[in-house]
Design a protein. Structure first.
Length: 212
């Protein structure tokens, strides 16, 4: 079975077209103003209209309040919310109930101590994103192009679908899949020529690597 790919941090039509042409299963829009990949609600709404049926449109938010989420969900046709901040399991459940959209909770992993959180979130979210933990003081809570030690999650499984993220590239994807058993993967920096600029050739190479 092929590995499903999410291309995150799409902010222009060219990047989106590259992800669609290459065969991405999910496309992600980042609603975090400090990010080089940030989109406005208007930009995301326009991009979302270009996404063919069958490709899930994911809004990535960081500790968003209800007013912010109301605005995004009201304007952008979405298939999933990705929570990439310090949202508690209770807040995850609240957002899921309020918007009626599947919710994927990102959990940062740097050491064994971080693994318990994956179980807690897997009990309330529709999917979990197993990502590298952002370094202390990092400007961004994700999208830093850093990998974690994949051996930490080797053989681990959760009761919901999960995605592997963090520092994936066309060059290391095969090893990451082999070591973790991931059936879904998420990438942003590893398919960019500069922060925020998706590179069509790298996107295609990443999807090729996912197909094995
Ligand atoms: O990409 C961002 O700028 C970003 C900002 C704030 C929170 C999360 C962000 N990105 C998350 C991702 O793109 C991915 O879900 C994941 O962290 C993998 O990123 P990368 O290591 O760059 O492939």
């Amino acid at each position: 079975m092929p590995v499903s790919v999410k291309i995150c941090g799409l902010s222009d039509k060219a990047g989106l077209e590259a992800a669609v042409a290459a065969g991405a299963r999910y496309v992600g829009f980042v609603f975090f103003p400090k990010s080089p990949r940030a989109v406005t609600v208007e930009q995301a709404a326009a991009l979302a209209l270009e996404v063919p049926m069958g490709i899930a449109k994911v809004a990535l938010v960081v500790d968003a309040d209800d007013a912010t989420l109301d605005e995004i969900v009201g304007a952008v046709p979405l298939d999933m919310l990705q929570l990439h901040g310090r949202e508690t399991p209770e807040r995850v459940a609240e957002i899921r109930a309020r918007y009626g959209l599947p919710v994927m909770k990102a959990v940062g992993v740097a050491s064994k101590a971080d693994l318990a959180a994956l179980d807690s979130y897997a009990a309330v979210a529709d999917q979990i994103l197993v990502d590298a933990k952002a370094p202390a003081g990092a400007a961004l809570p994700g999208g830093n192009g850093l990998a974690f030690d994949w051996r930490l999650i080797a053989g681990r499984r959760w009761p919901v679908p999960w995605m592997l993220a963090g520092g994936l590239t066309p060059g290391n994807l095969a090893e990451a899949i082999e070591k973790t058993g991931a059936r879904q993967v998420d990438v942003s920096s590893g398919v960019e020529s500069a922060p925020g600029a998706k590179d069509a050739a790298l996107v295609a190479a990443f999807l090729d690597a996912a197909r094995g």
